[in-house]
Design a protein around this ligand. Structure first.
Ligand code: PLP
Length: 406
């Protein structure tokens, strides 16, 4: 992994913040974009901006070809069987809401169970709370070990014959825990439940094979994997998507419309109402090209190295608590005794270091951790070991500034 060469592809990484070179460690919130993705968007708007699946003019045909070509790239990237299973959405939150309302709300009844983990992002939690409330289903949680890992024996005990939906993140956006979603899916299926996987923090960073993991639904966002904001994907097993009624209607998702009735188009368009985020989808296709060119195995190996280095460095610092297991994906959440996470983040920003402070849209997890918020440094393959040194130095400086003696 030649990080210095890779960094040249990302124009923003060359800028300064507060008089220091930018150290961008907020990749779990959103990633930066390489030139190839930026140029793909410019090319679309400059040369063939047009709506898709509507006109038969040249620009419309070009836009439609690129839009559908991107879908095929995404299919290949996550190893889905068919492009019918790749639904363009606004992002992970949108995708998970579509599953909760389009599948959960229709198929659950009182007495059924939905099982999720305590480390879910609100996007994979609130929709299930809402659906549980309207259907009378019970929302249950897996227990979690003190280091923030799930135990498969506990998983086996929590999923019962009443469980209809299991929904779990593949990677925690706070703890960095990598969950055994394939094993959890197998247990869910033994009990007749479906498995919904939140892939927001895994898809950008590791190889994903939805068939191998045997997910029934899998959700992710383009903007966390070099793509534009506002575009995401819902993968769904074809039989389930076929059986699902659209949550939104209108636009090109129809087959025939009469005064009092309508029939739906085939998958995947049936679930894509209105004008889609055309440039977003095309840009996401370019992002997939970029990631494949480097290779997801290589990206994952390198980021594990970064995460290990950061974990070891921060663990050594007096008065610093690091959350989550030792073996983790590329992020580290921590707190410094007596200093509010927002103050830590502001102090780091003064040194040009961008991290996130807050509850990371995981308030129940914050309760479980017995804190209100944390500071999170999250890495991508364009970060360097030097930047982790800079982070550690920034933390030491912050401690000194706020009156802690190292
Ligand atoms: N799930 C996880 C694990 C996340 O980290 C995020 C975003 O941070 C989401 C879901 C929501 O993603 P989006 O805001 O792109 O819909």
């Amino acid at each position: 992994m030649d990080v210095q060469t890779i960094r040249k592809d990302f124009p923003i990484l060359g800028r300064e913040v507060n008089g220091h070179p930018l150290v961008y460690l907020d990749n779990a919130a959103t990633s930066q974009k390489p030139n190839s993705v930026i140029q793909k968007l410019v090319d679309y708007y400059q040369n063939y901006n047009s709506n898709v699946h509507r006109g038969v003019h040249t620009l419309g045909t070009l836009a439609t070809e690129q839009f559908e070509e991107a879908r095929e790239k995404i299919r290949r990237f996550i190893h889905a069987k068919s492009t019918k299973e790749i639904i363009y959405t606004r992002g992970t939150t949108d995708s998970l809401n579509i599953v909760a309302y389009g599948y959960g709300r229709v198929n659950l009844t009182a007495g059924d169970e939905i099982v999720i983990s305590p480390m879910e992002h609100h996007a994979n939690l609130i929709p299930w709370q809402q659906v549980a409330q309207v259907t009378g289903a019970e929302l249950k949680y897996f227990p979690m070990k003190p280091d923030g890992m799930l135990d498969l024996d506990d998983v086996r005990k929590t999923i019962t014959d009443k469980t209809k939906i299991v929904a779990c993140t593949e990677v925690s956006n706070v703890l960095g825990t990598v969950n055994p979603v394939k094993e959890i899916a197998a247990i869910a299926h033994e009990k007749g439940a479906i498995m919904v996987v939140d892939g927001a923090q895994s898809t950008p960073h590791m190889p994903v094979d939805v068939q191998d993991m045997d997910a029934d639904f899998f959700a992710f966002s383009g903007h966390k994997m070099l793509g534009p904001t506002g575009i995401g994907v819902l993968y769904g097993r074809q039989e389930l998507l076929e059986a699902m009624e659209p949550v939104q209607t209108g636009g090109e998702m129809i087959d025939e419309v009469d005064f009092h009735s309508a029939t739906w188009a085939e998958l995947p368009w049936k679930l894509e109402a209105g004008t889609p985020h055309i440039s977003g989808a095309i840009g996401l296709g370019a992002a997939v090209d970029y990631l494949e060119n480097i290779g997801m195995e290589a990206i994952n190996r390198y980021e594990t190295e970064l995460a290990d280095a950061a974990y070891e460095k921060l663990k050594e610092l007096d008065g610093v608590t690091v959350y989550g297991p030792k073996h983790r994906a590329g992020l580290v959440s921590f707190n410094i005794d007596g200093i509010h996470p927002h103050d830590v983040s502001t102090a780091l920003d003064a040194d040009g270091i961008a991290v996130r402070a807050g509850h990371h849209c995981a308030q129940p997890l914050m309760r479980w951790l017995k804190c209100e918020s944390t500071v999170r440094a999250s890495f991508y393959f364009y970060n360097s070991l030097d930047e982790i040194e800079t982070l550690a130095k920034g933390i030491k400086d912050a401690k000194e500034f706020f009156g802690h003696v190292i």
